[in-house]
Design a protein around this ligand. Structure first.
Ligand code: NAD
Length: 396
């Protein structure tokens, strides 16, 4: 038992601790957003890779409480020690699992490296317990991957491809604007990023599930991707990470053909909107862009957080009985509202006028910071942050 008053420890774009009750309150808010009466639940089985935070957490919540799906979640998080809190993803998963079990849903968890052979084997066993999967969602965001066959470790880098690029960026804790130059990546760095964030691991999981007969008839496998606005293309879409996402998309097209043939299923990419998450906070320029985008999208009445995005993904495209609308490249686009011409024109106008002196008025830096702190359970309404809390929360 370790009881403590927990206050945020933020260093640059990372927060090194988390508040268990704040995380639980955020999970409860997301559940309330999607919750349907159990009499309306069609049921089903869902596997989420990267289920403890961001888009993957919202996916698990939407599947469970919107549709009554039993789920297996795979994530890489740290429990509490005497000296420090657990990670936010740990507390999120504890809260999700308690709520799912209270609602009569199965929720099995695997904490470990999804790229390893051991975690894949353990996940296959967990899936055997809930039954063949109707949905598999791939939502990992990781800096490195060790190939389970060769033992080689690859690292993902955020660099330009071809030419150096200079981009506007900001210190999001002070709102001071600056510029960052990204050097062009070497061919090895591009290949490393593709090996981590491209399609190889999704293919390994999908083929293993298929081989073991763990994909139900009509199973839908979905991988999350990002394109973003042209403003960030030099750093993202045209950079090393964009190359990895292109590889992920090619892999999905191959797997789609394979799944159609094998189980009458599909593999699709869903392109999601820019979102404050732990992964996005680490990308230069993207947090600044997000603070303009959140402001403009609110003004246009089209702002969405992760749970609103994924709720719409299931309702409009993926949910039982739904057929997705695909773009010309065969992708689901839930970044449609963000990329609307009027929204992008408004963001670009603000972006081009911004200076350190006026950015606080033009962009929603406060909202960005608030959304960032909430990822770790801080500044969540209704939580008493002066009260000591038990930080050691065992996984149910
Ligand atoms: P996130 O940082 O919030 O979550 C990442 C998840 O991956 C966590 O559950 C973490 O535990 C898990 N994870 C990381 N390494 C792991 C490992 N080795 N083994 C097992 N689990 C591991 O990230 P996010 O922003 O929600 O990103 C998820 C996906 O969505 C990514 O593919 C990302 O490119 C995509 N996406 C993100 C955005 C955005 O703006 N945040 C936009 C569009 C698409």
């Amino acid at each position: 038992m370790t009881v403590d008053v927990v206050t945020p420890r933020i260093r640059g774009f990372i927060c090194t601790n988390a508040h268990p009750e704040g995380c639980a309150a955020e999970v409860a808010r997301q559940i309330a957003h999607v919750r349907r009466d159990p009499s309306e639940w069609p049921g089903g089985n869902l596997l989420v890779l990267g289920s403890s935070a961001g888009y993957g957490l919202a996916t698990r919540i939407a599947g469970a409480f919107g549709y009554g799906m039993d789920s297996v979640g795979v994530f890489y998080e740290r429990p509490a020690t005497d000296a420090r809190t657990a990670t936010a993803g740990w507390y999120n998963t504890v809260a999700f699992t308690e709520a799912a079990k209270a609602a009569g849903l199965e929720a099995l968890n695997l904490n470990g490296d999804a790229f390893s052979a051991e975690v894949l084997e353990a996940a296959l066993d967990a899936v055997r317990r809930i039954g063949p999967l109707d949905y598999v969602v791939y939502s990992l965001a990781a800096p490195a991957r060790t190939d389970p066959v060769t033992g080689e470790t690859y690292r993902s880098v955020l660099k330009a491809v071809g030419q150096p690029v200079t981009m506007r960026t900001a210190d999001m804790s002070t709102g001071v604007l600056g510029e960052i130059t990204l050097e062009p990546a070497t061919p090895e760095e591009i290949a490393g990023t593709v090996a981590v964030m491209g399609g190889a691991d999704l293919e390994r999981w999908t083929l293993a599930l298929l081989r073991e007969g763990l994909l139900a008839k009509g199973a839908r496998v979905v991988a999350y991707s990002y394109i973003g606005p042209e403003l960030t293309w030099p750093i993202y879409h045209h950079g090393t990470i964009g190359h990895a996402k292109a590889d992920l998309e090619r892999t999905c097209r191959r797997l789609d053909a394979r799944l159609q043939e094998a189980v009458g299923g599909h593999c699709w990419v869903s392109v999601n909107k820019s979102m404050v998450t732990q992964a996005a906070a680490a990308i230069p320029s993207v947090p600044l862009y997000i603070s303009f985008a959140y402001k403009v999208m609110k003004e246009h009445g089209v702002h969405e957080g992760t749970i609103e995005q994924i709720d719409r993904l299931f309702r409009d495209h993926l949910g039982p009985g739904r057929e997705p609308r695909l773009d010309a490249e065969g992708r689901i686009r839930i970044d449609d509202l963000e990329l609307r011409d009027d929204v992008q024109a408004a963001i670009e106008a603000l972006w081009s006028q911004a200076t350190s002196a006026n950015v606080a008025d033009l962009a929603d830096i406060d909202e960005y910071q608030l959304a960032f702190r909430r990822l770790f359970g801080f500044d969540v309404p209704g939580v008493d942050y002066d009260r000591p809390v038990e930080i050691d929360r065992p996984m149910p």
